[in-house]
Design a protein around this ligand. Sequence first.
Ligand code: GUN
Length: 290
Amino acid sequence: MQILDGKKTAQDLKNEIQAEVSKMKAEGKREPHLAAVLVGNDGASLTYVGSKVRSCEQVGFQSTLVRLEDSISEEALLEEIAKLNADRSIDGYIVQLPLPKHINEERILMAVDPVKDVDGFHPSNFGKMALEMQAFIPATPFGIVELLKRYQIDIQGKECVVIGRSHIVGRPISILLSQKGEVGNATVTLTHSRSKNIEQLTRKADIVISALGIPEFLKADMVKDGAIVIDVGITRVPDETHPKGYRIKGDVDFENVAPKTSFITPVPGGVGPMTIAMLLKNTLLASQWR
Ligand code: GUN
């Protein structure tokens, strides 16, 4: 069993991005600039956005955090989006999800200028991605692909089962892994809450990608010997013995599943850091593509 070390791989990526930024600056170009919109005070979202902004500093990007009240109207948020679209100093930006219930998420994401949509959530980018055209690829699936690539894991012709059909992870990764390409050509099955006998499918799979958000859902008897397991889950589970009062749990019963696998991502330190690194990568691309 080998751990797919997302923390180390993300650091390698950040070093490469930092070197690229230094080169850009030496050529008299401006450093890439990422903005993040955070509506409200959700604890997890605050942590993620904080981490994204800190990572920008690490690689020499400029960053801007736009914090808005929970009570902001949809119209006022759309005005903020219009400002970011018009601001020529900003290469790319994200709107942290989830948004408050009174705001129509789809309407907001549709308003983001696709050339600044470094999350790859706009239909224009999602469609281009699905058609194998140049596009921003959502950071989490992009990070999974990059991790597999850097560990030289050959997935051609392999049976891959994805659990979860979210627009952010499950759906795009299922598309990417079935496409032609270096990390591609897999036979992908996309499973979800209405799928029957998920465990029968995972038991036959060469690769299992779980993006479900149910702690320790994937048990040892659900994977075959030598499988590759990618855990996208990051759920906060209350734990009074921890200083923060919670612990982060993945979708995989790591302790019992790991010994059966050939490769597995840990939580934390697997897919999470890769997601942030790929957001930086997309921002670098945004500054180069404009
Ligand atoms: N919420 C959970 N994951 C993400 C992400 O990748 N981007 C944004 N904007 N919000 C998220």
